[in-house]
Design a protein around this ligand. Structure first.
Ligand code: ASP
Length: 325
């Protein structure tokens, strides 16, 4: 065969490959899609993920399967998605820890640019809670008790980089105390131990604590949003309890591995937007105290937030003397 024919044959087959790839992108998804939750099942991220997975199914026309990959404050599951094939069949639901972990770990196992942002999902306030027989009965007594008994109080969290770790660190910093921290693979097992009275206190998201607080299986002291949470109206904010400006809001974002073809990112984003607009998703999130971030459910908003937050957290942790491990 002449060189010219070899080249043109090659070009034709390359064009063939591109056509096949485009056809695959257009057909996506043709099978179930995995949504990785980098924390234990039954916890706050898992609750959001399961509601979202169900709501995204309508637009995607395929089941979205939630896969729990807990450990190391979420970094294990996040890293796994960072290494997954960029074919749209593995997505990640992760919260603010995505921005904090790069300064809390020397090697978090991932880089922010290993991911393609899809959009923001929900923003969740946190609650400061304790085992039901913990002596203090209100936030003032809680603060006083912790200051006097710091060496005896255990504080659960879901590992360095988790929201509970962030809130716990801020709480200890605000009170000037160092408690004994107990890490779990998520706050589902942490709250189980709190209910079982094996650990004393925890700062956890309303998506995990609302039912426990309402039923009285745990004691609750305050919320970390600047406004009171409508579903927990009797709980004061930290801000109104003498900790001016104390605020922790846990945003959640949806991600795909980087290099996911744009038509797939667009399709997943459309499914996200449809899910957030659904009444069922909205009412479930409302019941759990979460705010649906419809206005920011796009790649630009999520990317902008993370680009802004990563250096901000690095600076804040440096100032607070929190070292990367
Ligand atoms: N979001 C974690 C979980 O689902 C808990 C945390 O970040 O504190 O267990």
């Amino acid at each position: 065969m002449q060189l010219k024919s070899v080249i043109s044959a090659g070009l034709i087959s390359l064009a063939g490959i591109a056509t096949v790839a485009h056809a695959a992108d257009a057909a996506y998804p043709t099978r179930a899609v995995n949504m990785v939750v980098p924390f234990a099942a039954g916890g706050p991220t898992d609750s959001v993920a399961r509601a979202l997975a169900e709501a995204m199914r309508t637009e995607l026309g395929q089941t979205v399967v939630v896969e729990n990959k807990g450990g190391a404050g979420g970094t294990i599951g996040v890293s796994q998605v960072g290494r997954a094939a960029p074919d749209g069949y593995t997505m990640l639901l992760m919260h603010i820890g995505f921005s904090t972990a790069p300064s809390l770990y020397k090697n978090p196992g991932y880089q922010v640019d290993n991911f393609a942002p899809v959009g923001l999902v929900v923003d969740v306030p946190m609650t400061i809670i304790a085992r039901s027989d913990f002596p203090p009965n209100n936030i003032a007594e809680y603060v006083d008790y912790l200051k006097k008994n710091a060496d005896k109080v255990s504080l659960a969290n879901a590992g360095v980089g988790a929201a509970s770790h962030l809130c716990g660190t801020m709480l200890m910093d605000a009170l000037g105390v160092q408690l004994l921290t107990v890490p779990y693979g998520g706050t589902a097992p942490a709250i189980k131990d709190l209910v079982g009275k094996q650990v004393d206190t925890l700062c956890d998201q309303t998506t995990n604590t609302t039912a426990q607080i309402t039923s009285g299986t745990v004691k609750a002291y305050a919320v970390t949003s600047l406004e009171r949470v409508p579903t927990l109206p009797n709980l004061p904010t930290m801000d109104e309890s003498g900790f001016k400006g104390f605020q922790v809001g846990i945003w959640h974002g949806l991600w795909l591995p980087k290099d996911t073809p744009q038509p797939i990112v667009d399709k997943v984003n459309k499914a996200l937007q449809t899910a957030l607009a659904s009444e069922r998703f909205q009412s479930r999130m409302k019941d759990l105290g979460a705010r649906v971030m419809t206005e920011s459910a796009n790649p630009q908003a999520l990317k902008q937030l993370v680009d802004q937050q990563v250096p901000q957290w690095a600076e804040l942790f440096k100032k607070a003397g929190v070292e990367a491990q």
